[in-house]
Ligand binder design. Sequence first.
Ligand code: NAD
Length: 333
Amino acid sequence: KKLRVALMGLGSYANRVADAMKDSKYAKVSGVISGTPSKIADWKKRFDIPDKNCYNYGNFDAIKDNDEIDAVYIITPNALHHGQCLRVAAAGKHVICEKPMAINAKEGQEMVEACDKAGVELLIGYRMRFEANTLEIVKMREAGEFGEIKFFQGLSGFKIGDPNQWRLDPKLAGGGAMMDIGIYAINGTRYMVGEEPIWVTAQEVKTDPIKFKEGVDETITFQLGFESGVVASCLSTYSMNYLDKFFLNGTKGFAELKPATGYGPIRSETHKGRLDLPHITHQTKQMDEMAKIILEGKKPTIPVDGKDGLKDLKIIDAIYQSVKQGSKVMLDL
Ligand code: NAD
């Protein structure tokens, strides 16, 4: 049996996910939710979707009565995730939601509670958590191969183009580079170090206040501190290219992922040599793993659930607060 998924928001990433799902053993595109009739017509043909599995943003609550859909994958602009997730949960369908799961921790918490209450899964699209090189390095760290971890560096950014896109509209994006790409360095810090941070400091630089309006961060450097003494130093930006690198350093060795989070292939090196494990399309692997979590009703062994996504939002809230107040903010994850 395959997990029957309806995709909500048929933009560029939804297309990538849907194409990757063609190779999934456990998940398939079974429905769509879109505000654009021409896109629905196109997807119906591409994925052989019946009329009764097609919805728009006004009527998708009726998915409640559709026994051909198990889960809804929300792939819309960030600020819409919260309200859409609450509606999907109320319809009794499992939720897979793109990162960032919401635009602040309060919203994220409400999503976790709504899905718990409805008895449905809430999983966040952290595709790197299933990537082979990443998993191997996490395994090596757990086996003590890097010794005591001392330092992590996470660099995440790209130069953003079109000034009119939703990513640069604070109402739809809920922030700037941090929400979109900096979140990879945050999530990466947590899985590479293998510990939750206890404090954050952050500094913002804005060189183009016209393109990056109030509420849209262009570049933020931030540091995360850990109980063990590990320090992470990270960069999130919308104004530089060639920034996709994770570096972990311990008393016995190091690991580097470069690129660390691109669509692949991921390149990896440790003090023992290169790993460069074979590339599998991230979204195919993610959907296989998420379908198994939902279909088998088992607790995810890799944390990609709403409670884990919420931790990233608490860190983002704290980063923005630290920028504002100019000092260290303590975290309680
Ligand atoms: P996109 O602009 O290509 O697609 C967004 C879709 O949402 C469009 O089809 C648009 O029509 C629809 N939409 C619905 N209501 C809208 C509204 N009120 N305003 C604007 N658009 C509306 O964006 P995308 O790149 O596909 O990103 C969508 C989500 O996926 C974001 O949350 C993003 O962070 C996430 N994403 C994740 C990854 C990943 O690797 N995990 C990669 C890209 C994007």
